[in-house]
Design a protein around this ligand. Structure first.
Ligand code: NAD
Length: 297
């Protein structure tokens, strides 16, 4: 069997187009554009690229983008004051503080200062709690994007065995919660899991979010399983001096066993920004008290 390739890039483009249409409708109803604020502290090159790309995508989706770039030596109190100001600004529907923050800042404290109803990253404990108990809130973008790809591929997930490898707050744990809510039987594996290959072999759905290049081998995969590879690892490429991106799954061996698999790049990666735009749009509708059908986007 050769797995179908799950085209996250194409799915993300479709999602962004739907968000764009709904952003136009929002502007007509609310008399203002939806707005997403991104706060960047310091000059981390990767973070600068992400923030630029988020800002550009936000504008392309027909929303306002507010960028706040603060120097690396900004005090925590000054950053918290910027977040408070964005909390109070009615033009701002969503707030994202780009992580990681400089070492002298307490990330949890900063996240806790974001108004939960503007927390489009879904990192605030209130939103983690809402997800855990099944209330409406904001779900972290990467796992929500993974769920969208899975539902698009499989339809009803009820009763399927899912193994999530990784237990981080931004990917593994919320992914597990989302799959439980879809009535999957969920196992969360992590660095202390015994016989990981055997655990993974039980799964109809494998979500790998580890950060170890090509760790999950094809012979760990149950024939016909659907594999979602969240990993983004930069490794040496074939050409000397050049690097390339690989996932947490050994694509060449897994593609021969799975029924469907996300490539890296072009799988989960493009979904994250698309879901961020989706969350910002949903925040705008909610904050303006406007109806948005649950399945609209
Ligand atoms: P993390 O480092 O916070 O968590 C990694 C998890 O993997 C931990 O829970 C750990 O227990 C587990 N783990 C580590 N070694 C293991 C092993 N040998 N066996 C089993 N489990 C092991 O990472 P994260 O933030 O959750 O990200 C995971 C990966 O996903 C990274 O490669 C990251 O770059 C990528 N990522 C991609 C996107 C995207 O947009 N596609 C978004 C977030 C993260």
């Amino acid at each position: 069997m050769t797995a179908a390739v799950i085209d996250g890039k194409a799915f993300a483009e479709g999602l962004r187009a739907r968000v764009g249409t709904l952003a136009v409708a929002f502007e007509a109803k609310a008399g203002r554009k939806a707005g997403l604020a991104v706060v960047l502290v310091g000059e981390d090159p990767a973070s600068q690229v992400y923030v630029r790309s988020k800002g550009k995508s936000t504008l392309e989706a027909g929303m306002n983008s507010f960028e706040h770039k603060l120097p690396a030596d900004t005090s925590e109190a000054d950053l918290l004051a910027v977040v408070e100001q964005l909390n109070a600004d009615p033009a701002v529907d969503g707030i994202l503080v780009q992580l990681p923050l400089p070492a002298h800042m307490d990330e949890q404290k900063v996240i806790a200062t974001i108004a939960p109803d503007k927390d489009v990253d879904g990192f605030h404990v209130i939103n983690a709690g809402r997800l855990a108990v099944g209330q409406t809130g904001f779900v972290p973008c990467t796992p929500l994007g993974c769920l969208m790809l899975l539902k698009d591929r499989l339809g009803d997930l009820s009763g399927l065995d899912a193994v999530v490898i990784g237990r981080s707050n931004i990917v593994g744990k919320p992914m597990a919660q989302l799959l439980i809510a879809q009535s999957c039987t969920v196992t969360v594996a992590h660095s202390r899991t015994k016989d990981l290959a055997d655990v993974v072999r039980r799964a109809d759905i494998v979500v790998a979010a580890v950060g170890r290049p090509a760790m999950v081998k094809g012979d760990w995969i149950k024939p016909g399983a659907v594999v979602i590879d969240v990993g983004i690892n930069r490794v040496a490429g074939a050409v000397e001096g050049k690097t390339k991106l690989v996932g947490d799954v050994d694509y060449a061996s897994a593609v021969a066993v799975a029924s469907a698999i996300t490539p890296v790049p072009g799988g989960v990666g493009p979904m994250t920004i698309a879901v961020l735009l989706r969350n910002a749009l949903v925040a705008a509708y909610r904050n303006a008290g406007l109806e948005l059908a649950a399945d609209a986007v």
